[in-house]
Design a binder for this molecule. Sequence first.
Ligand SMILES: CC(C)(COP(=O)(O)OP(=O)(O)OC[C@H]1O[C@@H](n2cnc3c(N)ncnc32)[C@H](O)[C@@H]1OP(=O)(O)O)[C@@H](O)C(=O)NCCC(=O)NCCS
Length: 163
Amino acid sequence: MPIIRDAIESDLPAILAITNEAIANTTAVWNNTPATLEARTAWMRERQARGFPVLVATDGGKVLGFASFGDFRPFEGYLHTVEHSIYVAPEAQGRGVGKALLAALVERARALGKHVIVGGIEAGNTASIALHTRAGFVETGRLPEVGQKFGRWLDLVFMQRML
Ligand SMILES: CC(C)(COP(=O)(O)OP(=O)(O)OC[C@H]1O[C@@H](n2cnc3c(N)ncnc32)[C@H](O)[C@@H]1OP(=O)(O)O)[C@@H](O)C(=O)NCCC(=O)NCCS
């Protein structure tokens, strides 16, 4: 089983590589432009400075995946809701890494006194929908054709779990 721990700056090259693989080849992230080490570093510092987790799953010292959450929407009324993301390297998928990261995020969100954790998932992402369904998330919203990638429209599904 992977070890789940808070990310440190030396994890950032692996986090960047996993991010950029997902940008290049998947509809998990609706960007076409590769991320940079500077942008990922700034993102992690900002999350951690605000008390939000950035977690990595490691095995034998190798980073297999990462996960985080932050504001759902940046308005005071949404203070008790967080939106999360999870990425597992292709060669490590299907071995329980995503499940372990998601369970750790739920625990962190509870510990911070959050009330709801929500994920925005591309409707065709069967692995992510299966992961979240198994973890007790339910679909609470579906927005048709709000995004585009690889020359086609994408539907966004929101899945949430009460904490
Ligand atoms: C989605 C993702 C995070 C899942 O992580 P993972 O480590 O591969 O998933 P796990 O091995 O922990 O599986 C968790 C559960 O989901 C199920 N599952 C995972 N992939 C599946 C698939 N392709 N089809 C059906 N079920 C699947 C597993 O069977 C498991 O259920 P179980 O606990 O009942 O056995 C991973 O595939 C990934 O990083 N994909 C690319 C990026 C991405 O899509 N991120 C999510 C953006 S919303």
